[in-house]
Ligand binder design. Structure first.
Ligand SMILES: [Zn+2]
Length: 269
């Protein structure tokens, strides 16, 4: 499932292809991924795209001199790509946006095998955008504020980190890798964490995001493709030696999600 680094790569691609371009034609192949309707999306034909932003796992496409805003979420298997204007429909292509910029035509396609992703036309910022917590990359993390919020909860830190209202864009892999970097047990109770531990988690998130983005080439995260080398230190590496202390990495299920951790470096208190 795409997490913050993959969505940031998608944003960079969309910004490169769409910013400053005029929408010539929109084709909706499958209206199930479009809200509120295919008609609302095809009606953006003629609009000029101002910029592409990201908050957490949401992409936001702002139109110039137009109150409509496009939001997009990759869901489980969503992916944006670009092709020549006249290229045939791709496998799993759900939406096609043909644009022109400086006389050059290109076609931006939204592909989604399982169709949990969304392309939303809204008149103002939708709740899923406004209710998101700070984005670790775009906003940075205020460790003191995060520590206060965590103290008010009684979950495990691993579960809390996946709450998009607390931190936008953090998914299972980012949480696992940054807790390992911070030497904090995924089972640690949020109300028992020290400020120093929360600071270490914030640093771990930043380091994991930077490392994951730097490891990718192009607009699509390579490790999404089966067989690509993993940029991760402990994720999905049960039984492998911890890169720090050589103890075997363990796997546990916390809050219904697979979690990996080093029982030595991330000892539960
Ligand atoms: Zn270790």
């Amino acid at each position: 499932m795409p997490e913050l680094p993959e969505v940031e790569l998608a944003r960079r691609g969309l910004a490169r292809w769409l910013a400053g371009a005029t929408v010539e034609h929109v084709r909706v192949w499958d209206a199930r991924v479009v809200k509120p309707s295919a008609k609302a999306l095809t009606a953006i034909g003629g609009a000029r795209i101002a910029r592409v932003e990201r908050r957490g796992k949401w992409l936001r496409v702002a139109l110039a001199n137009d109150e409509r805003v496009l939001f997009a979420h990759l869901g489980m298997t969503g992916e944006w790509m670009q092709t020549k204007g006249d290229a045939p429909r791709e496998r799993f292509e759900r939406v096609r946006i043909d644009v022109r910029r400086n006389g050059r035509a290109r076609s931006v396609r939204y592909l989604d095998m399982r169709m949990f992703g969304r392309v939303v036309v809204a008149k103002e910022d939708i709740a899923s955008w406004t209710e998101l917590g700070p984005d670790p990359l775009a906003d940075g993390i205020d460790a003191r504020a995060l520590h206060e919020k965590l103290r008010a909860r009684k979950k495990t830190i691993k579960e809390a980190m996946l709450d998009q209202r607390l931190l936008a864009g953090v998914g299972n892999i980012l949480a696992i890798e940054s807790l390992w970097r911070a030497r904090v047990s995924p089972r640690a109770r949020t109300n028992a964490l020290t400020l120093a531990e929360v600071r270490a988690i914030a640093r771990g998130l930043g380091a994991t995001i930077r490392r994951t983005i730097a490891a990718q080439k192009g607009e699509r995260a390579a490790y999404v493709n089966a067989g690509a080398p993993s940029p991760f230190l402990i994720y999905d590496l049960k039984g492998e030696p911890c890169p720090r202390c050589k103890t075997s990495i363990e796997r546990a299920v916390i809050g219904g999600r697979s979690t990996y951790f080093c029982p030595t470096c991330q000892r539960a208190r």
